[in-house]
Design a protein around this ligand. Structure first.
Ligand SMILES: [Zn+2]
Length: 148
């Protein structure tokens, strides 16, 4: 259970801002609509991640936010897995048209990505897509019980 005593509250240092992957993930505070750092928010999900915290404090309105993980199976099968496969397929196809990222496969009579092409597929297509699916996470506000 989430208690004020048990798990720590995550806070950004003054001046620290969410970076590019958080912008792709697009997780926002339900109270003030400020962009939240996805790495910190993922630590609040009881079904995901490690080094868990009870909540992440919104830097602008000081609400304590967390992912409750509700609807995760629906999200995984209807959004996560299809988008993952689609992005991997599009990335693998795209690198076969860029010189230096593919080689000709004699037996198949076509091109396929080489190792660099695989890295481009993962970092430019798959990872941004996986972060994008965080937009569908359910964000809740934790009651503070009188202490900060
Ligand atoms: Zn806020």
């Amino acid at each position: 259970m989430r208690t004020d005593e048990g798990q720590p509250i995550s806070r950004l240092a003054a001046g620290q801002k969410p970076l590019i992957l958080s912008k792709i993930a697009g997780v926002r505070c339900p109270t003030c609509n400020a962009l939240q750092p996805i790495y910190r928010m993922n630590r609040t999900n009881p079904h995901k991640g490690w080094n868990k915290v009870a909540a992440h404090e919104c830097s602008s309105c000081k609400s304590w936010l967390y992912f409750d993980g509700k609807g995760r199976y629906r999200r995984f099968f209807l959004i996560g897995a299809p988008l993952f496969l689609l992005s991997a397929g599009i990335g693998a196809e795209a690198v076969t048209h860029i010189d230096g990222l593919h080689h000709f496969h004699e037996a198949r009579g076509g091109s396929e990505g080489n190792f660099l092409g695989f890295l481009v597929t993962v970092f430019l297509f798959v990872i941004p897509t996986v972060f994008f699916t965080s937009r569908f996470e359910s964000v809740q506000t934790l009651e503070k019980n009188g202490q900060i």
